[in-house]
Design a protein around this ligand. Structure first.
Ligand code: HEC
Ligand code: HEC
Ligand code: HEC
Ligand code: HEC
Ligand code: HEC
Ligand code: HEC
Ligand code: HEC
Ligand code: HEC
Ligand code: HEC
Ligand code: HEC
Length: 291
């Protein structure tokens, strides 16, 4: 018997009362049953339906009494979450799902997954991912139509390449700001680095602005009006947000707001900082990132 039980909710054992097996559901719910053997949740006769909906005997004896079965349509977001997590808490543990922005906003498993009518067989998503996320995050979706963008609308990459919709295991992302469900690649580093590996370093000369503040200090991760997804149309305005003479930026601790022969702001040639400081993400040869 045990193999047929697959993975039942915690506390349910093979001798539990009231379980009748999937065959008993077939007569009245033929449409739901028909293709279920293809579902990742097909766990043999017993656990298949009742693993989620609970024991079915009373429901059948009541001729389909909705109150005598776990009917998701009658449940709160929290109850749905708890039910799915009876089996999935282990795989979701790293994402801190109970604390995620989605859970906090009552967006839970069945808002994104459809067990019986999935649009994608893989991961049982209710809609294709871009349409799913886009249906609630329309402004973000629009950012992927800007002149410079990551090609998410085109299907080259997906929201989940950078985000974990279930949550994030690093609540301290960006020094205590909201985590924004940003996925972490290995070793807690930014997801960007799994594709843009050449920016990973470590470099002999790190640019603290990149290493500490992170990619989205200078880049808009979704899309931008500016080439290279930059946050500002003119590069030097970006640099001067930090290198403004205040604080301790630059060798003399005076930034480059102080004019010098090499940094004459009146000369347009000097305004494109990265024509000279080419290795702006870090360098192995020059502490001023010029090669
Ligand atoms: C992984 C959990 C899970 C399993 C296993 C499961 N269901 Fe469901 N079922 C749901 C959820 C969640 C809903 C709510 C609708 C939705 O989100 O797709 C649902 C809805 C239903 C409904 C309402 C009609 C509908 O299509 O929305 C029926 C009837 C039903 N399930 C019967 C079954 C039967 C019969 C089986 C076994 C063949 C089964 N379920 C297996 C989770 C599950
Ligand atoms: C005798 C026929 C019959 C059998 C057998 C039966 N059901 Fe139902 N079931 C119904 C009817 C009728 C409804 C609709 C009740 C309503 O809408 O008030 C229903 C509703 C449900 C719902 C609630 C759908 C919702 O609105 O969210 C679930 C879940 C469900 N059944 C699961 C099962 C499972 C699992 C089995 C097998 C263990 C099963 N049923 C066996 C007749 C049956
Ligand atoms: C009775 C245990 C159980 C319950 C309850 C359960 N699942 Fe699953 N789920 C599984 C098993 C087993 C698998 C297949 C193995 C795996 O991928 O971990 C699975 C796989 C999945 C997958 C991945 C499918 C794929 O293509 O890789 C999704 C998505 C999923 N479940 C969502 C849900 C949702 C949503 C709920 C609540 C409505 C739920 N599960 C409730 C046991 C369960
Ligand atoms: C905001 C939407 C959203 C919510 C809420 C959500 N998921 Fe997912 N889930 C996804 C997407 C999108 C994927 C596919 C990710 C990918 O393509 O890598 C996925 C993948 C999965 C997978 C397979 C891959 C993996 O990460 O293990 C499982 C299992 C799963 N979800 C279960 C759940 C369960 C259980 C819940 C509720 C506790 C839940 N999901 C809530 C969107 C969501
Ligand atoms: C290239 C990586 C990447 C992709 C792809 C991506 N995001 Fe983001 N997203 C981020 C990063 C990084 C942040 C945090 C930005 C910050 O804190 O300044 C973010 C922030 C967000 C935010 C919160 C801030 C805001 O702009 O509203 C939402 C919502 C969001 N993303 C949704 C999505 C959706 C939906 C998709 C897919 C349509 C998506 N993202 C695709 C990297 C990405
Ligand atoms: C059912 C609607 C819904 C769906 C579907 C949905 N979201 Fe959300 N999402 C929300 C709500 C509501 C919030 C919390 C409020 C807010 O900050 O916008 C949120 C928050 C977020 C945040 C954090 C925003 C922040 O400011 O910290 C990100 C990132 C995000 N969603 C990405 C995604 C991705 C990626 C998908 C697709 C896998 C997705 N969402 C699917 C409704 C949804
Ligand atoms: C899944 C892989 C992937 C991830 C993750 C990713 N990118 Fe990209 N990125 C690309 C690809 C591929 C391109 C090439 C442009 C295209 O697809 O149109 C690109 C283009 C860019 C560009 C423009 C390059 C140019 O020459 O114009 C910048 C800047 C960029 N990404 C920054 C980021 C940042 C910042 C993050 C993290 C928030 C990130 N990327 C995450 C794959 C990725
Ligand atoms: C201090 C600002 C700043 C930060 C932080 C930053 N970048 Fe950039 N990035 C730039 C500038 C400026 C350019 C354009 C360089 C040029 O015009 O030659 C650029 C260009 C790029 C390009 C396209 C050209 C190339 O060099 O491949 C990619 C890809 C890129 N950045 C990825 C990233 C990633 C990934 C991160 C995070 C690890 C990051 N950037 C952090 C300023 C920054
Ligand atoms: C988010 C803030 C920030 C931004 C934006 C930024 N930087 Fe930096 N940069 C720093 C910090 C912090 C240091 C380290 C200063 C130190 O060690 O004294 C640094 C160091 C440097 C250095 C080396 C100076 C030295 O004395 O070691 C150069 C050159 C430099 N940045 C150029 C640029 C350029 C060009 C841009 C625009 C593309 C830029 N930075 C954008 C924060 C930033
Ligand atoms: C024509 C090439 C060139 C351009 C353009 C240029 N720099 Fe430099 N930068 C240098 C050289 C050479 C040095 C080192 C010698 C020196 O300090 O004069 C330097 C030094 C620096 C330093 C180290 C601090 C210091 O005072 O020694 C910082 C920070 C810096 N540059 C930032 C910038 C920023 C920001 C821009 C754009 C507004 C920029 N640079 C444009 C060539 C350039």
């Amino acid at each position: 018997m045990p193999p047929l039980w697959g993975q039942l909710p915690k506390g349910v054992t093979a001798d539990a009362k009231g379980f009748v097996g999937a065959n008993a559901c077939r007569t009245c719910h033929p449409d739901v049953n028909r293709d279920f053997f293809r579902n990742a949740h097909y766990q043999g006769q017993v656990a298949s339906c009742e693993g989620c909906h609970g024991p079915g005997q009373a429901h059948i004896e009541g001729r389909g009494d909705k109150t005598k079965i776990f009917a998701f349509s009658q449940k709160t977001a929290r109850q749905t979450l708890d039910r799915c997590l009876t089996c999935h808490s282990k795989s979701m543990a790293r994402s801190n799902i109970r604390r995620s922005e989605h859970t906090q906003a009552d967006v839970v498993c069945a808002s994104c997954h459809s067990i019986h009518k999935p649009a994608t067989p893989k991961f049982l998503l209710a809609k294709k991912q871009i349409d799913l996320c886009g249906s609630c995050h329309a402004p973000v979706r629009a950012q992927f139509s800007m002149p410079f963008k990551h090609r998410v609308n085109e299907g080259v990459m997906q929201c989940s390449d950078c985000h974990n919709p279930h949550g994030t295991d690093a609540p301290t992302w960006r020094m205590g700001q909201r985590p924004r469900l940003v996925a972490q690649a290995q070793g807690n580093e930014e997801a960007c680095l799994k594709c843009h590996v050449e920016k990973r370093g470590p470099f002999v000369f790190e640019h603290a602005g990149v290493r500490i503040d992170g990619c989205e200090t200078c880049h808009s991760p979704h899309g931008s009006m500016n080439a290279r997804l930059l946050k500002r149309p003119v590069t030097f305005t970006l640099c001067l947000e930090c290198h403004n003479g205040a604080g301790n930026f630059g060798r003399q601790g005076d930034g480059i707001a102080v004019q010098s022969p090499s940094h004459n702001m009146a000369d347009p040639r000097y305004q494109n900082c990265t024509t000279c400081h080419v290795k702006i993400h870090g360098s192995n040869g020059d502490r001023l990132f010029r090669r």
